[in-house]
Write a protein that binds this ligand. Structure first.
Ligand SMILES: N[C@@H](CCC(=O)N[C@@H](CS)C(=O)NCC(=O)O)C(=O)O
Length: 237
């Protein structure tokens, strides 16, 4: 049995974290049954979510999880990709996970409009984990401090909002250009790259955060259609 430890559905998304969505999407693309557990990130093996429990073996990190699960499958999702496609796939995966991710964090945690949307949901999540209501405000505040410090350390957090949005806009444009009309990132069949691309497409298009980055992403019709298509096919239940 595969148990995915996650934050929980939020903002109309299956999870607040794109990395959790990535793992769950991979499991759905490969038609593997799994259970979900609402977890406390502070108790996770690397103090990050997701992590999974596969028949008692605990595996952290979305990429390590997918590598492990793919390793056990006979028909590999990426079997038909050539070396160049894998190189481009890796470049896009890294760009989304290591760059766009911080832009999404910035828009949700560091800006006042993002935090106004994010904080009540964060408090609700803490409530579901059994944190007493009196402590939720304090923990949210400290989490905000930690996350904004992380974005600052990465570098994006040192820029003004307009420059963060401009950097993320370039990534969204590159993704939409590379994606074409699909149906998947690499044409007719899903690959592991779709797990990342889908998770970040939904993250950046999330209507709850109605900022200039989301508005720009929504103008990329093929990106929005890709997200809708995969939602319809893999996320109906
Ligand atoms: N490289 C990790 C990144 C996971 C990650 O950054 N998770 C975030 C949520 S989106 C988290 O748990 N953050 C808590 C923290 O870093 O303190 C993966 O691919 O799973």
């Amino acid at each position: 049995m595969i148990k995915v430890n996650k934050f929980g559905p939020a903002f109309g998304l299956p999870d607040a974290s794109p990395f959790v969505m990535k793992v769950e999407t991979y499991l759905r693309l490969t038609d593997q049954k799994y259970e979900t557990v609402l977890a406390d990130v502070r108790k996770a093996p690397r103090k990050q979510l997701p992590f999974v429990d596969v028949d008692g073996k605990v595996i952290p990190d979305s990429t390590e999880i997918i590598d492990h699960l793919e390793g056990a499958r006979v028909e590999k999702l990426d079997a038909l990709l050539d070396a160049k496609q894998k190189a481009v796939g890796l470049a896009f995966k890294s760009m989304l996970e290591e760059h766009l991710y911080f832009g999404i964090l910035f828009m949700r945690w560091a800006t006042d409009d993002g935090w106004t949307v994010f904080e009540p949901t964060l408090r609700e999540m803490l409530g579901k984990l059994g944190v007493p209501s009196l402590m939720r405000g304090m923990i949210s505040k400290s989490a905000r401090k930690q996350v904004t410090a992380r974005v600052h350390t990465q570098g994006l957090g040192r820029k003004p909002r307009t420059q963060v949005v401009a950097a993320c806009t370039r990534i969204v444009d590159a993704l939409a250009d590379q994606l074409g009309d699909g149906p998947y990132f690499w044409g007719d069949k899903p690959t592991t790259y779709d797990a990342t691309v889908y998770a970040f497409a939904r993250g950046v298009l999330c209507p709850a955060f109605d900022n200039e980055l989301r508005k720009h992403a929504a103008t990329k019709k093929n990106l929005a259609q890709y997200a809708d298509r995969l939602t319809e096919k893999f996320w109906k239940d």
